[in-house]
Design a protein around this ligand. Structure first.
Ligand code: DC
Length: 225
């Protein structure tokens, strides 16, 4: 059995996870949200009182990190930390900063790399993240780099937080988004950049359906080529 893989990279709030979930359902692929894995490590640091830029402190947490992923009948990826379902807890706003911080630590990236590759060895996957097409799955059958204007991405993240019952401030969300973009693209370990053979798709101003149709067309063309 040969498995196919689709790498969907890009900055936060470009619509990666929503679109990847829809595409996975349509194609019958497994959806892997790699940001959620980094968020779970970030949550662990937060709960242990370790600052996300404390590389030695965060690395020391990896030794007995009991992190698991599971798929419910709903096909949704759930994250578990020490057996506790933290799928919602990792989405809290302050955890974004922790996730971004810990993801810049080479030991964290090395630790998670093999777990992500393993999933693609045993399933057809659509994996969303930051460096899937460049580092995790350089042999992916389809690579897409999804982006949108920061204001569009901040608005989506703002609406997502409101839906979760938070009361965010749009300007703060936008400012944090721009700061996180800078941090994610300027770091030494796996900076955010487009793979040379990736198709760039800008979703600014698109409806969800428009972006979905466009991505599905690109993916089908490449999978069938
Ligand atoms: O996509 P997200 O907002 O859930 O990602 C959270 C953080 O994790 C983000 O700041 C960058 C980092 N990340 C990463 O470095 N590599 C990935 N493959 C996915 C996320």
């Amino acid at each position: 059995m040969t498995y196919r893989s689709i790498a969907l990279d890009g900055p936060s709030g470009a619509g990666k996870s929503t679109l990847a979930k829809m595409l996975a359902r349509e194609l019958g692929f497994l959806y892997v949200d790699t940001g959620a894995i980094y968020r779970t490590v970030g949550l662990r640091a937060f709960r242990c009182g370790v600052e996300p830029d404390d590389a030695a402190g965060v690395s020391a947490l990896l030794g007995d990190l009991n992190l698991d992923m599971g798929y419910g009948e709903d096909g949704i990826q759930h994250m578990y930390l020490d057996g506790e379902d933290v799928t919602d807890a990792i989405r809290r706003h302050e955890i974004s900063r922790y996730a971004s911080g810990v993801s810049a630590i080479p030991a964290v990236r090395a630790f998670l790399l093999e777990r992500q590759r393993e999933l693609a060895r045993h399933n057809s996957v659509i994996m969303d993240g930051r460096y899937i097409g460049t580092v995790v799955l350089p042999q992916a059958d389809v690579k897409i780099f999804l982006t949108a204007a920061p204001e569009d991405r901040a608005r989506r993240r703002y609406e997502e937080l409101v839906q979760r019952g938070d009361s965010p401030d749009y300007e703060t969300v936008l400012r944090d988004m721009i700061r996180r973009d800078e941090q994610d693209s300027s770091r030494a370990a796996a900076p955010l950049r487009q793979a040379e053979d990736a198709v760039a798709v800008d979703t600014t101003g698109n409806s969800l359906e428009e972006s979905f149709d466009l991505l599905l067309k690109i993916i089908k063309e490449r999978l069938e080529a």
